[in-house]
Design a protein around this ligand. Structure first.
Ligand code: ADP
Ligand code: MG
Length: 596
């Protein structure tokens, strides 16, 4: 009974068995192991390792409840260095499946085996076998139909197994690992020195191409070593499935760490996007407790604030220090032989042009294009907002020295949407909307960290009707509205009037903005943390107030934009995580033109 109850906590599905068996192999010092499963693990789970193995006595004991070789005295519990220590995994597994274990110690010429059928233990007998241990688990839960019923399809269970496999493989770079399903090899990972290589072995889609979208960083401070692989904002996902945190090789979920990751990317990503992050933390075993959760997926840090600030610090520093500009890669195409006549040169030019066109087709953000089209069609004759009207407020005294680009700087606007600028290394292409949006966002964010947005009183208050929910939202978020510089006053039954409006949004229609703002507040206002909500609002405001794609700029407007850009460190991404600037190097061009 005790085992069955423990099994209920520890063994939920085939993936839990894989986790426990593989952890045991690692604790046994294995350098190579193979996981073989059939039918998503429902039929068979087998883990074979080349670890220390067990002698006949230990093998007989290993399946007893609370039998562990990893804790010798109570004090050991305060410094758990092994993945397992509770001594309940093998006993639990053997109580709900058919198990066969074969094991041989290094230096012994005899292997031993044992079979257990749902808790019914057979004798230990000599047999043949390699050094190491193989444990086979068949027909999980076959005598407990109520539990068996909860197993999902082979595919779903396989998904869970692969996830467990990844959680083990990521921090154990020095391990050769294989996963085989129904006779097919799904993974074969050779040991490697490089975290990035291991990530690439498991998740090729994250490092396809140059792999430059994942950057590495490392610190060792205050007794905590942190290594991390960070996805650039462009690699972000719609869920946190690519956020992995490990403490001393153990996969954990921790709300402090998740929060620190989120904070580190603040302002670089939309609120509903999740960055890709692999975090490997090493710290003294005595600084946290792993004995708080049966599957040890949660730990208790004695100083969680320190963990939070260390993680946030190392990630943020690396991200801010990274040039998030995208380096353009012209496709390497086969070029015609050199020294040929002008027909060939013409063909080459055509190839370059094709490459550029292709490049633009891929890079041009679709939604921006639509936005432009919409405006052009649905608001004919609408006064073209002038960039100067939202010209950037100087964020602080330090930046008051206005730096115009040198008079001989070369730039050009194309398709009324992109600005091409010559740089020392080559040239850059700037997405005018994305860049301006990014800057507006930064200014408002900085300003709001200190005070409220500057506002202007409307000459004629604009009135609008509200729903019950919207009226509620106006009440609930009165402070926030004040901070944004928006004053709404009741103007009759279910009617409000806009009295003041932020100066920075001078070219945005107040009615339209307040409308969208109320929608946002009604929809998400109560569910989100205040700072996140502000973030969403600022994103929306920046997007609306920014220069549009398709808007022709005068020379001085372009110069203003380029000059303003100089004052922002992190302008290379718009708040939605899209790039604002793409670099082309002259050497890349020279290669394409066969000049080198
Ligand atoms: P725990 O891992 O918490 O000690 P388990 O029930 O998982 O408890 O395992 C019980 C014991 O069996 C371990 O302490 C270890 O001594 C032994 N053992 C289990 N798997 C292996 C293995 N693959 N190689 C060598 N010894 C093993
Ligand atoms: Mg164990």
């Amino acid at each position: 009974m005790v085992n069955l109850i423990a099994a209920g906590e520890v063994i939920e599905r085939p993936a839990s068995v894989v986790k426990e068996l593989v952890e045991n192999s690692i604790d046994a010092g294995a350098t190579s192991l193979t996981v073989t499963i059939e039918d998503g693990g429902r039929k068979l789970i087998s883990v074979s390792d080349n670890g220390n193995g067990m002698d006949a006595d230990d093998l007989a004991n290993a399946f007893e409840p609370h039998a562990t070789s990893k804790v010798k005295e109570a004090d050991d519990l305060n410094r758990i260095a092994t993945l397992g220590f509770r001594g309940e995994a093998l006993a639990s597994i053997a109580s709900v499946a058919q198990v066969r274990a074969v094991t041989r110690m290094a230096g012994s010429d005899q292997a031993h085996c044992i079979e257990i059928d749902c808790g019914d233990k057979g004798p230990v007998t000599p047999c043949s076998g390699d050094v190491g241990t193989t444990i086979q688990v068949r027909d999980l839960f076959y005598k407990t139909p109520a539990r068996r019923k909860f197993l999902r399809t082979a595919n779903t269970e396989l998904g869970h197994v692969t996830e467990q496999f990844s959680r083990i493989a990521l921090p154990q770079c020095n391990l050769d690992l294989a996963l085989i399903h129904n006779g097919r090899e799904l993974y074969r990972l050779s040991k490697t020195e490089s975290l990035k290589e291991r990530v690439g072995q498991l998740f090729p889609m994250l490092v396809s191409g140059t792999g430059d979208d994942l950057i590495e960083t490392e610190t060792r401070e205050k007794g905590i070593r942190i290594r991390a692989l960070l996805g650039l904002p462009g690699l972000s996902r719609t869920s946190n499935q690519f956020q992995y945190a490990f403490v001393n090789g153990r996969f954990i979920r921790d709300k402090f760490i998740s929060h620190a990751i989120k904070e580190a990317y603040r302002g670089m990503l939309d609120a509903n996007r999740f960055p890709v992050v692999f975090l490997f933390i090493e710290m003294p075993f005595s600084e946290y407790d792993v004995n708080v959760h049966p599957t040890k997926i949660e730990v208790r840090f004695y100083n969680s604030n320190l963990i939070h600030s260390q993680v946030l610090g190392v990630l943020r520093e690396r991200l801010l220090g990274t040039n998030l500009n995208i380096a353009a890669q012209l496709p390497a195409r086969e070029m015609p032989p050199q020294n040929e006549e002008s027909a060939d040169r013409e063909q080459r030019r055509q190839q370059i042009a094709d490459a550029m066109a292709e490049f633009f087709r891929k890079q041009r953000p679709v939604h921006q294009q639509q936005q432009f089209d919409l405006r052009a069609e649905s608001v004919p004759g609408r006064r073209e907002p002038e960039y100067r009207r939202t010209a950037i407020e100087r964020p602080g005294p330090a930046s008051s020295s206005f730096q115009a680009p040198p008079p001989d700087s070369k730039y050009l606007q194309i398709h009324d949407s992109y600005i091409i600028e010559q740089t020392d290394e080559g040239f850059v292409i700037i997405d005018q909307h994305a860049l301006h949006e990014r800057m507006l966002y930064e200014i408002m964010r900085r300003r709001l960290d200190r005070e409220s947005l500057e506002s202007q009183r409307l000459l004629l208050p604009e009135s609008f009707e509200v729903t019950e929910a919207q009226a509620g939202a106006i009440d609930n978020h009165a402070d926030m509205l004040t901070q944004l510089g928006i004053e709404l006053t009741p103007f009759g039954p279910r009617t409000y009037a806009i009295q003041t409006f932020p100066t920075m949004l001078g070219n945005v229609s107040p009615l339209e903005f307040v409308h969208d703002l109320l929608d946002l507040l009604v929809e998400r206002g109560d569910a989100m943390a205040k700072r996140d909500l502000f973030d969403d609002i600022l994103n929306m405001a920046a997007c609306k107030a920014a220069i549009k794609a398709g808007q022709r700029l005068t020379d001085s407007e372009i110069r203003q934009l380029l000059a303003d850009r100089e004052r922002f460190e992190s302008t290379s991404r718009c708040p939605h995580g899209r790039p604002t600037t793409i670099r082309f190097s002259i050497s890349e061009l020279e290669k394409q033109f066969k000049r080198t």
